[in-house]
Design a protein around this ligand. Structure first.
Ligand code: NAP
Length: 560
């Protein structure tokens, strides 16, 4: 018997740290850790102890004899990784984390944002002791993308928040939700009350399609749709026309796959998710029968992860359609595949695309179709979307990368609904340096710099997508957070951070003055319990409240 890591792997390395025989790869010390699609267990070394199962925060590890049918291929996926990367005997180097110097009094840190990256920072700091952590979020609810980005059917991924239960129960930790930095308090004011401010505000803006017609009604960013179906208060009132039969998504990353799944999920599967109530009603009545994903490069370069691509095969009554012609690879990709230098997961991506292309149609009700080597050149329509003009691409080498170059062949695809799923950008924050071109704050890997390659801004640090751009799954933020906290503690211990000029109590009275509707941990617990109770009334995991007024009422803070 051996254990197998499956689709939901968050790659946060909790399992790596617990494995007594060090048989899980890649480890955080390896170069490929930050870019791996998932972690893998070496079946020949695993001693079946189950420590990884207990350690996994998202329940992605199974005993091979207990593997659900839809994960059967992950036995092979785990084993193949070690055929390419035989387990080296080099033991894990456990680096000792520096603790804040207790002689300097408590290290006081404000964290802006409450998503996974920010939460990993808080957890890491609290585990080092001698700290006080104040966490701010402009929404009345915590968890950032864990609540409003992760797809509603990925309930186990959302369970990652349980990881923080113990550390966030500490009196050294406080939530200040419904408080916007830049509106209720400035970054400079936060710095007066703390030794350091960590910015973990993510990348909240979806990149719109850079083509004419992208602003027509019926054309949206995936970010808007994701925010809408996840009940983000800023997006809850948007309208999506689901009366047509076809939707087109440009881009083929995991967000595009999430959107495609949500658009084609059966009414029962939608109800079993924690999708926002308004979206459940709208999607259960939707006419969409076909979702077309348009990738500008080929099946080998597709941005989705192999596990998510594989999972589409197990959707209820949904057919994955790929034209056999589309999986005939170009010469560059063929050479790469033959070179033996690719990760097994990349090879499998092509193999799966071929399997989807080979399967015969079984007359399923809904379809997810993949198109490769195509880009939109315009969104068509006069007063609303009626189609997209797509140009065919070829792959050419450019500076060591295979990039898409338009050919002179184009076609029109009729549709009434278009989503741009071509990535996210961060938004500038008042008082914080910002690199508008990259959509991130410039850093040295942890400390915010006055400009790229400039000097550190005293006391300011960044983490997650606001620092490194919108790449990487949730778990990748754990190592990222440790790097940020290491730098912060080093600066505290060396005496280069300015002591706060006022106390924690001063901060609370200032907050009461500036934002009487501040939501603390107890108020959030009341919202959380209310949503879960509402959900259970209709047999759902949770019924999200989506309007700020409803959330404040559930927190017992409503004003008349
Ligand atoms: P992504 O993986 O970076 O995908 C962006 C897609 O947009 C790529 O297909 C890219 O093509 C395409 N693109 C970019 N510019 C384009 C243009 N001008 N025209 C046409 N296509 C363009 O981003 P994402 O899907 O937004 O996901 C963000 C991160 O979150 C990723 O790391 C993702 O894995 C993670 N995530 C993970 C999960 C999960 O684990 N289940 C779920 C959601 C998100 P090229 O490849 O050619 O650049």
């Amino acid at each position: 018997m051996t254990y197998v890591i499956t689709q939901g792997c968050c790659s946060d390395a909790s399992c790596v740290l617990e494995c007594p025989v060090d048989c899980i790869r890649p480890t955080p010390e390896e170069r490929t850790f930050g870019i791996t699609e998932m972690l893998y267990i070496d079946p020949d070394t695993c001693i079946d102890c189950g420590a990884c199962v207990d350690a996994c925060p998202v329940e992605a590890v199974y005993a091979d004899y207990d593997l659900p049918a839809q994960y059967a291929r992950f036995t092979e996926i785990n084993a193949q990784y070690f055929e390419r990367h035989p387990l080296s005997s080099s033991p894990l180097v456990m680096t000792r984390t520096a603790k804040p110097d207790s002689e300097r009094g408590p290290l006081r840190v404000a964290i802006v944002g409450s998503g996974p990256a920010a939460s990993y920072v808080a957890d890491d700091l609290l585990n080092r002791k001698n700290v006080e952590v104040e966490m701010f979020d402009r929404l009345p609810t915590p968890w950032g993308l864990l609540r409003s980005g992760v797809a509603p059917d990925h309930l186990r991924t959302k369970g990652l928040s349980d990881l923080f239960d113990t550390s966030f129960a500490s009196p050294s930790f406080a939530y200040h939700l419904n408080v916007e930095i830049g509106t209720h308090l400035s970054v400079a004011e936060l710095l007066k009350h703390h030794h350091a401010v960590v910015l973990g505000v993510g990348a909240s803006t979806g990149r719109p399609l850079p083509v004419p017609g992208a602003d027509l009604p019926g054309s949206h960013t995936a970010t808007q749709f994701v925010g809408w179906y996840n009940g983000h208060p800023d997006y809850a009132d948007l309208q999506f026309d689901l009366s047509g039969e076809r939707a087109v998504i440009v881009g083929n990353g995991n967000v595009a796959l999430d959107v495609a799944r949500v658009l084609t999920m059966s009414p029962d599967d939608l109800a079993a998710s924690d999708i926002a109530p308004h979206a459940l009603v709208a999607l259960q009545a939707s006419n969409i029968r076909e979702v077309v994903l348009v990738g500008r490069r080929g099946p080998l370069q597709a941005s989705y992860t192999t596990g998510e691509f594989l999972a589409l095969a197990h959707l209820d009554d949904v057919e994955v359609v790929i034209d056999p012609e589309a999986v005939v690879l170009d010469s560059h990709s063929r050479e790469l595949l033959a070179s033996g230098t690719l990760e097994p997961s990349d090879e499998l991506k092509v193999e799966l695309a071929r399997e989807y292309a080979d399967q015969s149609s079984a007359g399923w009700s809904r379809q997810i179709s993949f198109r490769y080597l195509q880009s939109p050149t315009s969104v068509l329509g006069s007063d609303r979307v009626t189609g997209v003009e797509l140009v065919s691409n070829e792959l050419v080498e450019d500076d060591g990368m295979l990039v898409a170059r338009a050919t002179d062949h184009s076609e029109t695809l009729e549709t009434s609904l278009v989503f741009s799923s071509i990535g996210y950008a961060g938004q500038a924050m008042p008082g914080v340096p910002f690199d508008a071109k990259r959509g991130v704050t410039p850093t040295d890997g942890a400390r915010v710099l006055s400009e790229p390659d400039g000097e550190p801004e005293a006391g300011l640090y960044a983490v997650g997508w606001f620092k490194r751009g919108a790449t990487g799954g949730i778990g990748s933020n754990r190592v990222d957070a440790t790097a940020t906290v290491d730098a912060l503690v080093e600066d505290f211990n060396s005496g280069s951070l300015t002591d706060p000029s006022s106390s924690r109590d001063d901060l609370i009275s200032l907050l009461q003055d500036r934002q009487p509707e501040r939501i603390d941990a107890e108020a959030w617990a009341r919202i959380d319990a209310h949503e879960q109770a509402l959900g259970s009334e209709s047999g759902r995991p949770r019924a999200k409240l989506v309007q700020r007024s409803e959330l404040l009422a559930a927190a017992d803070l409503a004003t008349t």
